[in-house]
Design a binder for this molecule. Structure first.
Ligand code: PLP
Length: 440
């Protein structure tokens, strides 16, 4: 058996060549979030739970469009509707009823959504939500939490895991306050500072729950604090929305935020996002007495193709047991991975809420009934850094399985029992490879 890197280099040869070519065309050789060492791989096609790369490798996919594809790749119903819409116009240069139908679907599912405004990405959604919070309160600061990721705009970058604030003015950075997600620290900060407009957070914890919050308690306590201090609560459901339940994390935890940010599933896996919230705050985006207070244009916002994919996806989520199926498959995957860890005496643990699974190697732990790891954030941080996740990702790819961020799985409603069984079987081979290379 060759080393993990040698096997990867051999199996993904054509990707390596394309990556070399890429450097003279796009900075970094390819889009940043998809690049990895020693080189990234290039995919040609995807369908259901699988994708095929340029070397012909067949891969069980747990990236699932970075969490966008709870229905799997190219769901036939969604594809058919997109295809028809493309024939009827991709940009109509006017309002389209599709925006209203899409908005109604969001309102029907998301408890806090009295009004909905569409954007073209999750980054734009969190930017707009922060602007709304500032406009509504007349205050400047936004609190975010360590390792919580809200996209790549200037106000979201600090301590988001992107590790650089290069190119962002200090004045801009100073309006984002980064705290540990601990209720007593937040309370203390709010008591001593009256310039906070809003608090934004990932509903299940930093990096789609890799650093889990002790929910539902944390979110409930945060809601009480934000009400007490008149601070706008922005629940970032870009990942959790329509996944933690049909109505997202807020429905699962029974907490109504002032504003909710969404993307990914909301647009059926196409580019798109949304901010939803209470009518009072959202009305800042309407004209009042002939005056438009807050601007939010955007050529492709609420475009008919993304709207169509979003409507089709939300309809299926509303009508069918999509969440239930994905949750069951994830549960089976968790049990299987755990069994292998136990059988092969590998230090590690598995946790995750709903259809998200986090595999942590190197740190023992247990998960609560809510899928929350009992390990401290600092220990989890230690496990997510360093060599293990990088090699885990490559070792899984060598076995024809693609995992998210080196240690996570976005499970969809189309991951079959065979997919899960195959993944668990291959995990044994992954462990062999990691051991043989001295990684674990
Ligand atoms: C919680 C969260 N918020 C915001 C974003 C940014 O969304 P986008 O990549 O669509 O800009 C992401 C992206 O992964 C996310 O996970």
């Amino acid at each position: 058996m060759g080393s993990i890197i040698d096997t990867y280099t051999e199996k993904f040869r054509k990707s390596s060549e394309l990556y070399d070519q890429g450097h003279s065309i796009v900075p970094g050789g390819g889009h940043q979030s998809r690049v990895q060492k020693p080189f990234p791989y290039f995919v040609n096609t995807a369908k259901g739970s699988r994708k095929i790369d340029v070397d012909g490798n067949k891969i069980i996919d747990y990236m699932m469009g970075f969490g966008s594809l709870i229905l799997g790749h190219s769901h036939p119903v969604v594809v058919e509707k997109i295809y028809r819409q493309i024939q009827n116009g991709t940009h109509l240069g006017a309002l389209s009823e599709l925006e209203l139908i899409w908005g109604r679907k969001v309102k029907d599912l998301i408890p806090s959504a009295e009004r909905v405004r569409f954007t073209s990405s999750g980054t734009e959604a969190t930017l707009l939500a922060m602007r709304l919070a500032r406009g509504y309160t007349g205050k400047k600061k936004i609190i975010k939490f360590v390792e919580h990721y809200h996209g790549w705009h200037d106000y979201a970058i600090p301590q988001s895991g992107l590790n650089t604030e290069f190119g962002i003015p200090k004045d801009t950075l100073s309006s984002t306050v980064v705290l540990e997600p601990k209720i007593n620290l937040i309370e203390d900060y709010l008591e001593k500072n009256d310039d906070v407009a809003g608090i934004i957070f990932e509903a299940t914890g930093g990096h789609w729950g890799q650093f889990p919050l002790q929910n539902p308690t944390f979110v409930m306590d945060l809601r009480k604090l934000t009400v007490k201090h008149d601070v706008v609560m922005i629940m970032d459901e870009v990942i959790c929305g329509f996944r933690m339940s049909k109505g997202g994390a807020q429905k699962r935890f029974g907490v109504i935020p002032d504003l909710t940010t969404m993307a990914k599933i909301v647009a059926g896996g196409l580019p798109g996002g949304a901010v939803a919230g209470n009518q009072k705050i959202m009305s800042l985006l309407s004209e009042k007495n002939g005056v438009q207070k807050m601007f939010h244009p955007g050529t492709f916002n609420a475009n008919p193709v993304s709207a169509t994919a979003g409507i089709a996806t939300l309809e299926l989520i509303a009508k069918e047991q999509i969440n239930h199926k994905a949750d069951l498959a994830a549960q089976k995957l968790k049990l299987g991975l755990r069994e292998v860890l136990h059988k092969r005496e590998v230090q590690g643990h598995v946790h995750g809420v709903s259809s998200i699974v986090h595999l942590v190697l190197g740190v023992e732990g247990k998960e609560s009934d809510e899928g929350v790891s009992d390990v401290s954030h600092s220990e989890l941080a230690r496990a997510t850094m360093g060599n293990i996740p990088k090699m885990l990702k490559l070792a899984f790819l060598n076995e024809g399985i693609d995992i998210m961020g080196g240690m996570g799985f976005f499970v969809s409603a189309v991951h079959s029992e065979d997919d899960i069984n195959e993944t668990v079987e291959k995990f044994e081979k992954v462990i062999n490879a990691l051991r043989s290379d001295g990684v674990i």
